[in-house]
Design a protein around this ligand. Structure first.
Ligand SMILES: [Cu+2]
Length: 656
């Protein structure tokens, strides 16, 4: 009987899904003045930056809103041939892990650093799912400054979550696994006994932003999904959506969907931090990489760390409580006042809203319905503020505006729904095309939402764009939320899977943009600050070319005496000191990528010649009217030949 019921539910969800995907005409949804609202005239700037995750591309893309114009793709977890990130010698260490060099990542969620619960525009944190890592990007340069790997974790989907003064970036594990210091070669069926969950607290240095894993919390073997920190009155607490409380290890689509309610884990992180400081916990041997990029040396270093402090949640009292939440919760979102916690069960047909005040009282009054692996389970009704009834099907995530409204995305019924946080009344619903995952309101996860817009990050585009073969574009949709009813303004295509985004007023970032790297501050190991110092040095079969680029020549641009069997390192400094004047460098047959060198920067590209002959090299970035003249030659001679090492440009070029 149970099985029949289950199949019926799955069939029902499937029908709703396909009904929701049924194409409607675009003109049904968009009114005449929509175009005007997203029109940003040539030469004008957008009002917001949207930092949008690139999903399985491993990168982050930056769009201007409301226009939806793509401004830039920021390389983070994947090699990037456009800039040479992860291909050049200086940036390769950024992609180092305890598994060795990993040139790809799966990037899902983003978080802008906060001060007092508001975006401060200093850093952008990004997660990597597959090989658990967190990156920090510098928002003055739009570059990846640091990547830290997370041990004892597998599937780092549940991150990065920022505490309200960026004390910590927090990450939950998607897959529970045995901890690294335990017997790990064990039957998978011993999941319930031998596997553990991990919540990692990565401390962020308030000045430099530098990250280190301060401590990890070992938890029962469940899966964590989206989470949020408390704010205002609930500051110091964390709320993690927790599913697979069935502890299933196979066919999770069925076996992890059995329980009527899973949990939101409420954690008093301030208290846990104190316990960690007071010596609770133990050092666990676990290897993980910590990679840091230095803007003075223009190069990255990678260090393997050997151990991490672990506190077992079982050994801690009065710091962790489970709030029952129907049904396989996905999002756990905290409203701007910090009082309401919204749970979104992806298989639920209602949205429970919990009250932080009631939660504290229920803890004081010990209103528990037993425990789960030793952690008290709070009574649902004692903690509940109320339920949003019939909101839609498959609620996933909720964000907030500045007027007390919440906006929830519904995957199954493919819509975004506006409701009142206090009265729990549904106020409006608009279809999305199609099947939205996350949604983002500018500042909608902070104490200070900017309102105005909502972007739905959709999973399917179907008939919305020109067809491009079997794979269609990914897409987002922009809604105006300034009025009583939401209004669809724009569809815009995106890169990778636009999983989530952080949208920030451009005014918070424009003034702090770095324009050039000061050549006088360049501390790269192989920098050349003056053309006259450019040179070629041989040391055995290693050849170092100290090269400069300036409009519009390469120095040296004629090099002879390179031989088969050599390893050649081009150390290329861009001597320009003007904004937006990069040069690029490529050489025939190089099996990595070009490198893009920004004004005042040095980059090293490794090249191993494979053929005897004359090999051209050139600037790849269109830099001036004479860009096409910015080129040179390298003469490669046979191994063991006695061609002398000679080099130069113009008058100094080698002569017969
Ligand atoms: Cu050039």
């Amino acid at each position: 009987m149970k099985k029949i019921l289950k199949n019926t539910v799955i069939t029902f969800l499937g029908l709703v899904f396909f009904a929701a995907c049924k194409p409607k005409s675009a003109s049904d949804a968009v009114s005449g003045d929509a175009a005007q609202k997203v029109y940003v005239a040539p030469g004008e700037h957008d009002e917001f930056y949207s930092f949008t995750s690139g999903g399985f591309s491993g990168q982050i893309s930056v769009y201007g809103l409301p226009s939806g114009r793509l401004l830039k793709v920021l390389p983070v977890f994947s090699q990037d041939p456009e800039t040479g990130y992860g291909y050049g010698e200086d940036t390769k260490p950024m992609l180092n892990t305890s598994h060795g060099f990993v040139p790809w990542g799966d990037q899902h969620h983003l978080a802008i650093s906060q001060t007092n619960g508001e975006y401060d525009g200093r850093w952008l944190f990004a997660n990597e799912n597959n090989t658990p890592r967190i990156a920090r990007l510098d928002l003055t340069t739009f570059t990846t400054a640091e990547i830290i790997e997370i041990p004892n974790s597998a599937g780092n989907h549940s991150s990065p979550f920022i505490t309200d003064n960026t004390e910590y970036v927090v990450a939950g594990t998607r897959f529970s696994v045995p901890f690294a210091d335990e017997n790990v070669d064990i039957p998978i069926s011993s999941y319930a006994e031998n596997f553990s969950g991990a919540l990692s607290f990565i401390k962020v240095n308030p000045e430099s932003g530098r990250m280190n894993i301060e401590f990890q919390l070992k938890t029962p073997p469940v899966n964590y999904d989206l989470s949020h920190t408390g704010k205002g009155p609930s500051s110091g607490w964390f709320f993690f959506s927790t599913y697979n409380t069935e502890k299933a290890h196979t066919l999770l689509e069925v076996n992890a969907s059995q329980n009527d309610k899973d949990f939101i884990l409420a954690l008093n992180w301030k208290k846990i931090e104190e316990l960690a400081k007071s010596g609770k916990g133990r050092k666990v041997k676990s290897k993980f990489a910590h990679n840091v990029y230095d803007h003075d040396t223009h190069s990255a270093t990678s260090e393997i760390i050997e151990e991490v402090l672990v506190l077992d949640i079982k050994d801690l009292n009065d710091v962790a409580y489970y709030i029952p939440c129907p049904k396989s919760p996905h999002g756990a979102d905290v409203d701007p006042t910090g009082e309401y916690i919204v749970g979104s069960g992806k298989l639920a047909s209602l949205i429970p809203v919990f009250s932080f005040t009631k939660m504290l009282k229920a803890i004081d009054d010990k209103k528990f319905d037993g425990d789960f692996d030793g952690i008290p389970v709070l009574n649902y009704d004692a903690v509940l503020h109320g339920e949003v009834e019939k909101p839609g099907l498959g609620p996933l995530h909720t964000e907030f505006d500045d007027k007390g409204n919440a906006y929830t995305s519904f995957f199954v019924s493919s819509e975004v729904v506006k409701w009142d946080v206090k009265t729990l009344k549904v106020l409006d619903r608009q279809p999305t095309y199609y099947s939205t995952g996350h949604l983002t309101v500018p500042g909608g996860d902070t104490k200070k939402p900017y309102g105005k817009y909502l972007v739905a990050w959709n999973k399917i585009t179907k008939d919305r764009y020109l067809p491009t073969g079997p794979e269609l574009t990914q897409s987002a949709q922009l809604f105006d939320i300034s009025g009583e009813k939401m209004e669809l303004l724009l569809d815009f295509p995106t890169i990778g899977e636009p999983h989530y985004a952080q949208i920030i007023p451009a005014s918070l970032l424009i003034e702090k943009q770095k324009r050039i790297y000061d050549i006088n501050q360049n501390k790269h190991k192989y920098v050349v600050k003056n053309e006259n110092d450019s040179r070629v040095e041989r040391n055995g079969n290693r050849v170092d070319v100290y090269m400069t680029l300036i409009r519009t020549h390469i120095t040296p641009d004629n090099i002879e005496g390179i031989k088969l069997g050599d390893e050649v390192y081009f150390h290329i400094t861009n001597l320009e000191q003007d904004w937006d004047l990069p040069h690029g460098f490529a050489i025939l047959g190089n099996n990595n990528s070009e490198v893009l060198i920004l004004p005042g920067e040095t980059r090293t590209l490794k090249w191993i010649p494979t053929k005897v002959g004359i090999i051209p090299m050139y600037c790849t970035d269109f830099c001036s009217a004479l860009h096409q003249e910015m080129q040179g030659y390298i003469r490669v001679s046979p191994a063991g030949s006695n061609t002398p090492l000679r080099f130069g440009t113009g008058d100094k070029a080698p002569k017969n």
